[in-house]
Each structure stands twice: as C-alpha cells, then as structure tokens.
Ligand binder design. Structure first.
Ligand SMILES: NC(=O)c1ccc[n+]([C@@H]2O[C@H](COP(=O)([O-])OP(=O)(O)OC[C@H]3O[C@@H](n4cnc5c(N)ncnc54)[C@H](OP(=O)(O)O)[C@@H]3O)[C@@H](O)[C@H]2O)c1
Length: 253
C-alpha cells in the first residue's frame, strides 16, 4: 500500500502534516502515525480513517526499543513508503551545565538519534519518487546561545538532509529540510521558552498551516531546503556571510 509515515503527529506541526496530507499526496492509501500520546493519535485516526488506512504507533522515540517495534512493523507490513516526515522534535531553553543531563540529552536522542534511526529503518521501503521531509529550524543556520544543544541538533538535521539528498539522488528519492522560525505550538511551553526569551518574543512567527503547505510543495518540487517567510530566507543568506562572532551575538536566545 502507498504509505506515509509521520513522526510527532500528535500535536503542532505534525497534526498539520496529517491534515494537509491528502491534498498534497492524493495517492497515499495508508498513514502511520508516531508519537507517545496514544489517545491523540487515535483521535486523528478516527478523524482521517474514512479515506485512509491509519495505523497508530504510540512510541517513545527516545527509547531505542521503539526502533525495534518500527522495524518489526515495517518487516511485517512491507509498505510502499511514498512519504516519510521526520517531524518529532523538542528544544529546551537553558545554558549547558545549568539544566539536568536527561533534558539536554533528550534533544540529541529525539532530534538526532531517532531521526537517523527512523530514516535508516524506513529507507529500504521507499521507492523511486518517494519523499523524505526532515523538520529542521532556523536554529540550524547558526549556534544559538542558551539553546546550544537544540541549535546543534538542528544543524545536524540540515546537514544530514543535504548529504542524504545527494546519496539518494540516483535512486530518485528527494529529501527536504524545512527550516521554520518560531511557531505557536506546545514546543514553546514544553521547552520553557514561552515568556523567557526576548528573542522569541520579538521574532516574527510562522503559521504551522503555511509551513506545512510550503514544505509539501518544496518536497514535491524536489527542493533540498525550504525556509518559510522572506525574513528568515534573508537570515539564512546573512548567516552564511557574516562572521561567527557577530552571528553569535545577534542570534542569542
Ligand atoms: N514551534 C517552534 O517554534 C518550532 C520552530 C522551529 C522548528 N520546530 C520543530 O518543529 C517540529 C515539531 O514541533 P512542534 O512545534 O509542532 O512542537 P510540538 O507541538 O511540541 O510537537 C512535538 C511532537 O513531537 C512528539 N514527541 C515529543 N517527544 C517525543 C518522543 N520522545 N517520542 C515520540 N514523539 C515525541 C510529540 O508527541 P508526544 O508528546 O505525544 O510524544 C509531538 O507530536 C520539531 O522538530 C521542532 O523542533 C518548532
């Protein structure tokens, strides 16, 4: 069955990826939803289960046993994966050494290890014409003090996307990194960001619906990067040309 797999589907951008899926990829017949909160995924399954065969996988991607469950599902179902959206992610505000180790390493486990493991497990099931969307961030453009681990994980996501896209070019599989600015999602409260960062209070916000619509269009066009909003497109170019010392001062969270 032509399948889409979306991680972090239970809220924010992930739910939007689910909502706009069939408009962008009408050929999809089966949808696999991954996140920890089972009830949220089941609600989505009930909502979209009419036209789609929806499979709920309530997995904690910070726990490596999740990758075994996913591999088992892939081996038993042998889906024809047309779209993989690596969206699950988290970001915590705070200096290194002032936050507990479990919180700091949750970002590397989810944003880096899980994204890598899920992609590696799903890739054998992606055929020619398939798409992978990796949700990165404007934080990948330059290190952000007070979010050093988060911005480093997103730099990995962007670099991983660039490399993988070259690896898969001949196979006809397209990989796209999506680099949004701040969005009003649970991310801000979970990460202790809301109300605690002048930078987040000042920056222009992106709308999840527009980000996903743009991400799907970029993936379908085979583009390696998609940065929503002119403001952030300009920031991306600026980050490539201004010296690190200045960038680090400007991009402090
Ligand atoms: N919001 C922003 O300002 C912003 C800006 C740039 C980029 N981003 C990126 O956008 C992506 C989506 O975030 P969002 O803004 O939509 O935030 P969100 O509403 O907090 O969504 C995060 C998603 O990841 C899932 N998740 C978290 N921990 C998980 C785990 N251990 N295992 C499996 N799933 C897990 C959550 O589901 P469960 O809790 O049910 O597991 C949820 O579905 C992330 O990669 C984030 O880094 C966000």
């Amino acid at each position: 069955m032509k399948t889409a797999i979306i991680t972090g589907a239970s809220s924010g951008l992930g739910t939007e990826f689910v909502r706009l899926l069939t408009a962008a990829f009408p050929e999809i017949e089966s949808l696999w939803l991954i996140a920890r909160r089972r009830e949220r995924l089941e609600t989505l399954a009930a909502q979209y289960g009419d036209g789609l065969d929806v499979r709920v996988l309530p997995l904690d991607l910070c726990d490596e046993s999740a990758f075994k469950v996913l591999s088992f599902e892939l081996e038993s179902q042998r889906p024809d994966v047309q779209l993989l959206v690596n969206n699950a992610g988290c970001g915590y505000l705070g200096n290194l050494g002032e936050m507990d180790t479990a919180t700091q390493t949750r970002m590397t486990k989810l944003n880096v290890t899980a994204l890598t493991a899920v992609t590696n497990s799903v890739l054998p099931y992606i055929s020619r014409g398939g798409r992978i969307i990796n949700v990165s961030s404007i934080a990948s453009f330059c290190p952000n003090a007070r979010m050093t681990v988060y911005s480093s994980t997103k730099a990995y996501v962007s670099s991983f996307t660039r490399g993988l896209s070259e690896e898969l070019r001949r196979r006809g599989v397209y990989v796209t990194a999506v680099c949004p600015g701040p969005m009003e999602t649970e991310f801000l409260d979970t990460g202790g960001i809301a109300g605690n960062s002048k930078m987040f209070d000042t920056l222009p916000y992106c709308t999840p619906e527009k980000v996903v619509a743009g991400a799907y269009a970029a993936a379908l066009a085979g583009r390696t990067f998609y940065t929503p909003k002119l403001f952030y497109k300009f920031y991306r170019v600026l980050a490539k040309i201004i010296p690190h010392s200045l960038k680090l001062k400007l991009a402090k969270t």
